[in-house]
Structures are given as C-alpha cells and as structure tokens.
Design a protein around this ligand. Structure first.
Ligand code: 0RA
Length: 646
C-alpha cells in the first residue's frame, strides 16, 4: 500500500471509480432494471452469480445464502476467494477493485470467460453501490481478509483479521433504503425458486437458502438445499410433475457446438400446450431468440424427416406445421455464450446469429439418435403430431372467425361489452367481471369516460385442458379477443399476438374475494398466460382487490381488506361495530364498488407479472391440471396469484 493510499487521498483511477459508483446510485435502474421488489431481489442474484461463475470454472461446489433477521443477505462460497493482493494498475487490492469499480468483474482471468454474471453481468460493485453497507470476507492463503463499505465507499483498506484453513468468499450486504423505497423485505419463495433454478442449470453445485427471519415447527430456521445431479433432465421432471408424460424418458443432450456449450432436455406430455424455456448464461430469455429458433428448427426438420420416412404421413391430406411438432412439448434450452447480445423490449432476447445453427445441429443429433434407438416412443410422438395437425385443421375455421371479427374495429364489439367513451388506449381500462349481476353493478359504478365493463359468464373454459380449436370456439374467450381488439397470429405460430390495436392498457380481472372467485381469476389468468402472454409481459394485466369487510358504527364507516384491518377499525371505532363480510361483489352497491375497487384514487390494483416463467408454468399446470388435492390446497392457502405477482 502506498503512502498516498494510507492517507486516504485518492489517485485518478480511484476518483473515476467513485464517479462510477455515484452514477449507479443516481441511475440504479440502468444497472438493475428497477428499484422495486424485482431490483431488490436482483441484488442477491448478482452476488450469487459471481459464486456460480467460480463454480462453473470448477473451483467451488457449495454456495450458502442467508436472509438475515434485518433483511440483509449473506452469500458464502468455497471458491478460490477473491484475490486481495495489490492490483498494479489501480494501486489498491484486487478485492477493492472488484467491489468498487463498475465493470471490473471478470478482468482478472481472461482464460475462463465470464458466462454468468447477473442480468447483464453488471457485477458485485453495483450491489455495493446500492447497499447501505457491505462486508466482504475472503478466506485465502491461510488468512481471513476483510473490507467494509458504506453506500459503495470503502471504510478501510483490506486487512487480515485472523488465520484459516478454509478458502472462499463471503459477502454480506444490506440494501439501501434510500434506493429501495418500495420495500426492503425479501421474499423467501422468490429467492428459493431462483436458487432451485440455478441448481438445475448448474448441476453438481449445492445451494442452501436459509431464512433467519422464520422458524419451523421444530424451532429451526426455514431452510432448503438445492442440488441436482442430472441438471436439465431433473428440471423437466420438476416442471412437468403435474402433467402426464407421453413417453417414459426425458430426452436430453449436453455438448459443445462451434465452441458454444449447449444443453437441451425435452419431453412430450398429453397436454395441448407448448412449454419452451430458454436460458443464456443462466438468464431466462423470456423473449427467446436465436437459440430458441435453433431448437425449433432442429426439432421440426428432424421429426419431419423421421415422420416422412416412416410412412405414417402418407394418408394425411394436409401439411404439418411447426406448431404441430410442439404440442404437448416441454423443453429447456440452455446455452453459454461468451459475449451475448440481448435485444427486445425487456432485453431478454438473444441476438447472436451463430447460436442458431449450433443449437439446431445439437438438437438434430440428439433427436436422430433418440428416435432411432426408441422406435416405440418415436411412433407415439409422430401420432401425437398427426393428432395435433388434424385438430389444427379443425381449428382453422374457428380461428378465422375470431380473426374476421377482431379485424373489424368498432362495429364488431361484443354485445355484452359496455365500452368507454375515451379513444386513447393508454387511458382506457376494461374490467373483466365474473357474472352478469356483478357486471351490472360495475356498469353503474364505473366512470364511463375511461372504464369499460365486460361481464363473463360463470367459469370460463379451462384452457389448460382444452384443445386449441375448443379455445377459439369458446364464446367468452372470443368476446375477450374482440373486446380487447387484439388479433391472433398466423397458422405457423397461432398464439403470437398482435397488440397494435389493443384498445385498453389496463385489463383488470375483477372477481369475488373468495375461493370461487380466486378459482375464476385463475382460469382467466391461465388463459392470459397461455394465449396472451405478450399482454402479461407488457404489464397490461391487473387484478382488482375488493374489500372483505365493511365496518360500521353510527356515522362512521370504513372498509377492511384483512382480518387485522377489520379488528383495527373496530378498535378505532370504540369496539362492537357492525361488521359486514362481503361474500361477493354482488353484495356491494355501485357506489361501494367504485369507492373501494374501481376508483383510481383509492383502489389497489395488483399488476400481474411473470417474474419466473418456469415457476409460473409449473403453478398453472398444477392449478389447472387433473390433480385436485394440490390445487385445492394451493388456492385455499394462497391468493392464487401469490407466486406470479411481483
Ligand atoms: C477473480 C479471480 C479469482 C477469483 C475470483 C475472481 C472470485 C470472485 C468471486 C466472487 C464471489 N466468489 C468469488 N470467488 C472467486 C482467483 C484467481 C486465482 O486465485 O488465481
């Protein structure tokens, strides 16, 4: 350490580092996406990703994560430990450079390229900048080293605080309340899903998550350990646990094509849905991209070739489309790309051209082998494809009908829709309301300038269990398409949605606040998730939250959304208030519905987001599948949307 460093005066490089950290604090969203719940959790992923990198290099096999009592987070690994020796160019320890210099992350070892590294590999220094305090402890070369920071500023030079036989890195950080103003509270389930996902994507690593804020029946901290020996194969079994498999095995491959590591696992089930999940460097690429195109191409060409050669298609009177090969398919594609180019609205679409052929080749080889070695499964799959093609043929008419109706604007709106007068979609809302009577109340209560009402009859179709043509033939569902003004895609990709003519930027599901109501919301959400995913991804779907109680005493009157609120109001009114439990929207009059649930000044709308696509998929297949017990338990225990609502 130079004299200058000891005195704490900064060299030119340190000043630059400081400016970088200041920039992160001034524009946090540029680095972590947002400063809400999502961004808060992102900090953990960023730190864990560094340890995952170390594990992928083969230097580490155990990662422990704790949610501490004060909502700070500790991440510990048994890797090599971040180097603490002097970084020549920066004039401070390498640890300090990693922690305080934006983008310093992987500069040390060029040989093992960074393939993980947070949303876009922003690095742990970003977490440091956004933390009230952070402490790094390094176990390396027989010593324990330590350094602390406050809001990214170094508190003291790296110091040795003891001896050790261990190796590794431990980071503890507390997110800064000045930055994360919405909430500082970590959600155990959210972190657990991500840790589970990481363990499937990086087989062999053991990740433990422990919540020091909660204890179980035995008085022990809530904790789970995630470890997968079979990686994606196990991931598929986990995802498809609630579906009936069509073939016994999960088909999988792992290898390298043109220097791109490619892993694929897939299975067919008896459902009618396509579930493709793709990852680049452990990041879920919601918008797909070149690796997904490669998968589709490899799958279609190989299966088509096999089916043609088998003679099974000889009597078929129509063409088989790409969609048909993917009905009832669940697949995961995971690639590692050295310099990923992310595109698209949410920057989760892979752009690197070279990846398409790498994945396509890998998939073709894997499938060719499999089909050859498993002729019975091959036959079952081709039969399923033929069935899908036949149904699609039947669906064509139904789809054309929806299309014709939606293409005509204005005149073709459903009779049941009470539209609003405003024309600008950005200002318009539509409420999907359970039942005609609640629909009537909503119609009276609304502000007709910008709020439209579409009543839906009873339970809408469970699209999870219906073939596509049944979905497009369903009247309630057709009404949703026409009311929203969205058109559906081509035959090649029948579910691709065109949002250009979307008539409302808020689509609000409004159901009773009871088990039946949440079942209906779930049915509607399932439809949106499977058929209008783009709408959800764009953030246009919301859930209304009607109150559970009306608490009245004399002239005093207030609403409560929870039992706790109810009791608090009762106490506030001096006790023995008159308490009315709303069993459904129908029990509210128009004014009450407006005051509590529809008036933008007072209502709470819950925006539906898909934070974790694979988890949402699993939950919908569970909620809407054949197994009744897990569904009942889940619906009764949780608000249905608990796990997909950010
Ligand atoms: C660069 C070089 C070396 C280790 C690491 C980074 C490293 C970073 C993190 C972040 C969390 N855990 C980590 N573990 C290791 C080591 C270079 C060497 O020892 O030769």
């Amino acid at each position: 350490m130079s004299e200058e460093q000891k005195k704490g005066s900064y060299g030119a490089d340190s000043i630059q580092a400081l400016e970088g950290m200041e920039h992160v604090r001034m524009r946090p969203s540029m680095y972590i996406g947002d400063v809400g719940i999502r961004g808060l959790h992102h900090l953990v992923y960023e730190v864990v990703d560094n340890s995952i990198d170390e594990a992928m290099g083969g230097y580490c096999d155990t990662i422990d994560v704790w949610i501490n009592e004060d909502n700070s987070i500790t991440v510990k690994d048994n890797g090599r430990g971040i180097p603490v020796d002097l970084h020549k160019k920066e004039g401070v320890s390498a640890l300090e450079v990693v922690m305080t210099k934006i983008g310093a992350g992987g500069k040390f070892d060029k040989d093992s390229y960074k393939v993980s590294g947070g949303l876009h590999g922003v690095g742990v220094s970003v977490v440091n900048a956004l933390s009230e305090n952070l402490k790094a402890t390094v176990y390396r070369d027989g010593k324990i080293w330590e350094q602390e920071y406050e809001r990214g500023k170094t508190m003291y030079p790296v110091k040795s605080v003891g001896d050790t036989n261990e190796r590794g890195t431990t980071v503890t950080f507390k997110p800064d309340e000045k930055i994360f103003q919405q909430s500082l509270e970590y959600n155990y389930d959210t972190l657990a899903s991500r840790m589970r996902e990481l363990s499937f994507l990086n087989k062999g690593i053991t990740i433990t998550l422990t919540d020091k804020r909660q204890t179980d029946e035995k008085g022990e901290f809530v904790s789970e350990t995630f470890h997968s020996e079979e990686g994606l194969k196990e991931f598929i079994r986990f995802l498809d646990g609630n579906r009936e498999p069509l073939i016994a095995d999960v088909i999988s491959m792992e290898g390298e094509k043109n220097d791109i590591p490619v892993e694929v696992a897939m299975v067919y089930n008896t459902s009618f849905n396509e579930n493709l999940h793709s990852y680049v460097n452990n990041i879920n690429t919601h918008e797909g991209g070149t690796h997904l195109s490669g998968f589709r191409r490899g799958l279609t060409t190989t299966l088509k070739k096999y089916a043609d050669a088998s003679g099974m298609l000889d009597k078929l009177k129509f063409e088989i489309s790409g969609d048909d090969f993917r009905e009832g398919l669940t697949a995961i594609i995971s690639v590692k790309v050295a310099e990923p180019q992310f595109e698209g609205q949410t920057k989760t679409k892979l752009g690197n051209r070279e990846v398409t052929s790498a994945v396509s080749q890998a998939v073709s080889e894997m499938l060719e082998n499999y089909l050859e070695e498993n002729p019975n499964d091959a036959k079952t799959i081709v039969q399923k494809v033929i069935l899908a093609a036949t149904a699609r043929h039947a669906a064509r008419k139904a789809r054309e009908m929806v299309q014709r109706k939606t293409v005509m604007s204005g005149g073709g709106l459903p009779g049941k829709l009470s539209d609003c007068s405003e024309q600008d979609p950005a200002k318009c809302e539509v409420f999907l309301v359970e039942g005609d009577s609640a629909g009537g109340t909503a119609k009276q209560g609304r502000d007709r300038n910008f709020q439209a009402i579409l009543p839906l009859r009873g339970k809408i179709l469970n699209v999870e269990k219906a073939m596509q043509h049944k979905v497009f033939e369903n009247e309630e569902i057709r009404n949703i398409y026409t009311a929203l003004g969205v058109t559906i895609g081509t035959e090649e990709d029948s579910k691709a949605l065109n949002l250009e003519k979307l008539r409302y930027h808020k689509v609000v599901i409004m159901c009773d606040a009871d088990v039946d109501g949440s079942h209906i919301s779930t049915l509607i959400l399932t439809f949106f998730f499977r058929y209008m995913k783009e709408l959800v991804e764009a953030g246009y779907v919301y859930i209304a939250t009607p109150p559970l109680y009306l608490v009245k005493k004399g002239a005093k009157k207030a609403y409560a959304w929870t039992d706790k609120e109810r009791d608090a109001l009762n106490a506030e009114f001096g006790g023995s208030a008159n308490i009315q439990r709303y069993k459904g929207l129908g029990e509210m009059n128009a004014e009450q519905l407006w005051d509590t649930t529809m008036n933008p000044d007072f209502r709470t709308l819950r925006q539906v987001t898909i934070d974790n696509g694979t988890e949402a998929d699993r939950i919908f297949s569970m909620l809407m599948g054949d197994e009744v017990p897990p569904r009942r338990e889940f619906i009764e225990k949780n608000a249905v949307y608990a796990n997909i609502d950010a």
